[in-house]
Design a protein around this ligand. Structure first.
Ligand SMILES: Cc1ncc(COP(=O)(O)O)c(C=O)c1O
Length: 387
């Protein structure tokens, strides 16, 4: 209803071209359908449904029960967490970091994308962004005054950047994300070396967003394994997916000491540290051994097989060996991804993400989240098999 005298402050120009996050809109629609009594199974979002390791939850409970753990914390994170990140990168990637100067704990890696953009981008600075890619890259670049320049990825090119085709004029930064969301493509160390060389040659800051490294991925790699990479490259990581801790909001940035200090200049003006028990419990999570990753991956592999059967039933084609929390499949000719999404939602009560929300190069694709039990996925399989 129109209310003629309702106060409407003008919005900051920073919000121009930045819409409400697709998922927050679509989840509201799903809530409305549920409120009308419809059963909707959502295979949309990549929020792990399994809990963290019990030792992690126990550590949080124990540390929270102390009287001394409730105050403000250091802007640069608790030493125990920084040291745990350093051990994790050492053990899992063979990357040596200095706990005092080269890691920065974050309140989720999503906030890190914004921090990096706010620290380095001046009005009009161009940032190379993957298409398809995580929508936050575009929003964070726009919100911080930069100009996103999409680089197109394709199945034929292994969803890797075609470096000789990339523009370089006015480019300040390049964002890559391997293992890649939404396609599940992985980059080898050699692929990453080529990107680092490209950025070094053209004096471009490189940011690798690496939250899916340990999920359905035979060979986890870090861009910082490339010799001398930290001259131009930084890497974001996260406990959200690898340790089933998405709601805890724990991530990290690994970079050269000077970059960390520059980003701290921005970040220390934004938040006031993280709850100490949460940081200590995150340190416990980071010390889990191979059994943790193996058990998670065994479950995701079993889910993947059901996901593939769902895609078979829907006529979607998919590449083998996808990494991360999703299955990415190509639509047969005919329907657009948005039509497919709405048909499945309204007719079958199933939500899959239309690939087009990740950019124009995703428009012929659908994304299925493996963050649902095998039982739920089997139920979806039965529903999609009924024509
Ligand atoms: C590619 C990518 N980067 C970053 C994030 C954010 O992760 P975090 O929970 O650490 O903020 C996500 C979450 O979905 C993602 O898909």
């Amino acid at each position: 209803m129109n209310e003629p005298h309702k106060f409407q402050p003008s919005l900051s120009e920073r919000l121009e071209g930045v819409g409400e996050y697709y998922f927050s809109r679509k989840l509201r629609e799903i809530d409305e359908l549920r409120a009308q009594g419809r059963r909707i199974i959502s295979l949309g979002i990549g929020s792990p449904d399994m809990p963290p390791h019990p030792s992690v939850v126990q550590r949080l409970a124990e540390e929270s029960a102390r009287t001394t753990t409730h105050g403000y914390q250091s802007y640069k994170g608790a030493p125990a967490l920084r040291e745990a990140f350093v051990r994790w990168y050492g053990e899992r990637f063979g990357v040596k970091l200095d706990a005092n100067r080269e890691v920065l704990p974050l309140i989720g890696s999503k906030e890190g994308i914004m921090h990096v953009c706010m620290t380095y981008l001046r009005a009009g600075d161009k940032v190379l962004i993957p298409n398809p890619g995580y929508p936050t890259y575009t929003s964070a670049v726009r919100l911080s005054g930069g100009e996103p320049v999409a680089y197109e990825l394709s199945a034929d090119g292994g969803w890797l950047p075609q470096l000789d085709m990339l523009p370089i004029e006015g480019v300040k930064m390049m964002i890559i994300n391997y293992p890649h969301m939404p396609t599940g493509a992985v980059a080898s160390l050699d692929d990453l070396r080529h990107v680092v060389d490209f950025c070094r040659t053209h004096r471009i800051l490189l940011l690798n967003d690496n939250p899916y490294g340990f999920i359905r991925n035979a060979c986890p790699v870090s861009v910082l394994q490339v010799e001398g990479a930290s001259e131009v490259a930084m890497e974001l990581n996260s406990l959200s997916k690898s340790h089933n801790m998405a709601g805890w909001r724990v991530g990290m940035l690994a970079a050269d000491a000077e970059r960390i200090a520059e980003i701290m200049r921005f970040k220390s003006n934004m938040d006031s540290g993280m709850f100490l028990p949460l940081q200590l419990a995150a340190a416990t999570a980071l010390s889990l051994g191979d059994e943790w990753y193996e058990a998670q991956n065994a479950e995701y592999r079993a889910r993947e097989r059901i996901g593939e059967a769902i895609f078979d039933a829907l006529g979607l084609r998919y590449a083998p060996h996808q990494a991360g929390l999703f299955l990415w499949g190509e639509l047969p000719q005919g329907e657009t991804c948005y039509e497919c999404c709405d048909r499945l939602l309204y007719e079958k009560g199933i939500f899959l993400t239309p690939g087009g929300i990740f950019g124009s190069a995703g428009e012929r694709y659908m994304r299925l989240s493996l963050c649902a039990s095998q039982q739920t996925l089997l139920e979806v399989l039965e529903i999609v098999k009924q024509q």
